[in-house]
Design a protein around this ligand. Structure first.
Ligand code: NAD
Length: 428
């Protein structure tokens, strides 16, 4: 029963909360993110996800329609087995975002975490076992995307795949569901714009851009990595970001005062170095950063980097980097800013910084993205739908929307008239 499943989610939340320090340390060691960040975001929000969906389960509205001589009751049925495939940047957080609503709605799940960051998925498996879930409800399989992920996606018993990862892997996932027609939800990458208007509060806008680009070393799907700054405020904005970037304390993620750890893999750093070098060769101005921080030879460290880009032919404005690299571009008018922001195949997040309320709403309505933040950036909650447009994917995490990803409706019609069903060949 739903109420019993909600109680299971509460038990999982309590057990995760009791192991928060362990979760933070495992996540920090696996991903390289600072311990303080792993505690505040990864550990805390994983607990919150289970608590939130336990509560939502108790509040789910009934859906029914009263017609003339009929009652239509809409029942939500589980899809059966859901495959949950997750990336390496927020391992337990993103897994809990999927597991909690999926099992709340009565599904069994097979989790396939990233091979790069497997540790907290193992911890979750221990926690659900200790929480007394029946064997087989939450399953965990480790392995590569091409072998293990493919096998899960193609399996005839799988009713839904909830995938978070990159665009290339997603293309395989879409093709590989051609036989089982599994329902798909795709949370993919982005190249999200932040628009800073002349009338913006400079400190707030700089904080938004810094959070959107240097937070978690830029390894965020909603990184606001294209920052469009209106010409009147451009020079001040660049100076302020350079100052902030050069103050970031980079170092061992397990040290208490570290603000930025290394990138997760050598490949990530190699790519950041290559794209920054190519962008500079194409005509971008390197305002700060661009390489390895002095004194940190061991580990995949990369400096917070600001590139001033003349236009969007520069490579750093086009590719998702997953590194602390901000590309800043100048614009003149609101129309031009919107057109530049929308000149992308992605559409996940967007930021707007302005003190003009009417403009804030105009721009929010015009940017092509699933999430828009006005005078803030990266705010997130399990109640608010999360997902993208275009090549950022389809389907939604969180809120009531995610309940639909893991259920199928069954419409039950009940004849409520006092007469038996009429003869269909006799017109009245
Ligand atoms: P990835 O696509 O390489 O891998 C993601 C997951 O998919 C891994 O578990 C991987 O093993 C699996 N996988 C790979 N190929 C597969 C296949 N053919 N079939 C089935 N599974 C397969 O991505 P990544 O490098 O781990 O993560 C970074 C990407 O994730 C970025 O593009 C980022 O933007 C995206 N991301 C999106 C969100 C979001 O909510 N929109 C959140 C975080 C990360």
């Amino acid at each position: 029963p739903l109420e019993e499943r909600a109680r299971s989610l509460d038990r999982i939340a309590n057990a995760l909360e009791a192991r928060s320090d362990e979760i933070a340390e495992l996540e920090s060691r696996d991903t390289g993110k600072p311990l303080a960040l792993a505690r505040a975001v990864d550990a805390a929000r994983s607990v919150l996800n289970f608590r939130f969906f336990a509560e939502l389960g108790r509040e789910l509205p009934d859906e029914q329609y009263k017609m003339e001589d009929a009652l239509n009751i809409v029942v939500r049925k589980p899809v059966g087995v859901a495959g949950l495939i997750t990336p390496w940047n927020l391992p337990l957080y993103l897994l809990s975002w999927k597991v909690a609503p999926a099992i709340l709605m009565g599904n069994a799940v097979v989790c396939k975490p990233s091979r790069l960051t497997p540790l907290t998925a193992n911890l979750l498996a221990e926690v659900v076992t200790d929480a007394g879930l029946p064997a087989g409800v939450v399953n965990l399989v480790h392995g590569s995307g091409s072998a293990c992920g493919n096998a899960l996606v193609e399996h005839p018993a799988v009713g839904a795949i909830s995938f978070t990862g990159g665009t290339e892997a997603a293309r395989h996932v879409v093709a590989n569901t051609a036989n089982n027609f599994a329902h798909l939800s795709l949370e993919l990458g982005g190249k999200s714009p932040i628009l800073v208007f002349d009338d913006a509060d400079l400190e707030g806008a700089v904080n938004g851009a810094v959070a959107g680009n240097f937070g978690a070393s830029g390894q965020s799907c909603v990184a606001g990595s294209r920052v469009f700054v209106q010409s009147g405020i451009y020079a001040d904005f660049i100076d302020a970001v350079v100052q902030r970037a050069e103050q970031v304390r980079i170092g061992d993620p397990l040290e208490a005062d570290t603000q930025m750890g290394p990138l997760a893999t050598q490949a990530q750093r190699d790519r950041a170095e290559e794209v920054v070098a190519e962008s500079v060769a194409q005509g971008a101005t390197l305002h700060t950063g661009g390489g390895r921080p002095p004194g940190l030879e061991a580990g995949w460290y990369f400096q917070p980097t600001l590139l001033g880009c003349p236009d969007q032919s520069i490579r750093s404005t086009q590719v998702e980097l997953f590194a602390p690299v901000m590309s800043a571009l100048k614009f003149e008018t609101e129309e031009e800013g919107i057109a530049l922001a929308n000149d992308t195949v992605f559409g996940l997040g967007a930021g707007v910084f302005t003190e003009n309320l009417a403009r804030a709403h105009r721009v929010a309505a015009a940017v092509h993205s699933g999430i828009v933040w006005i005078n803030t950036y990266r705010a997130i909650s399990p109640i608010s739908p999360f997902g993208g447009y275009g090549q950022s994917g389809y389907g939604r995490e969180a809120g009531l929307d995610v309940i639909q990803e893991f259920t199928r409706t069954k419409a039950v019609w009940v004849n409520t008239s006092s007469a038996p069903m009429a003869n269909p060949f006799v017109m009245r």
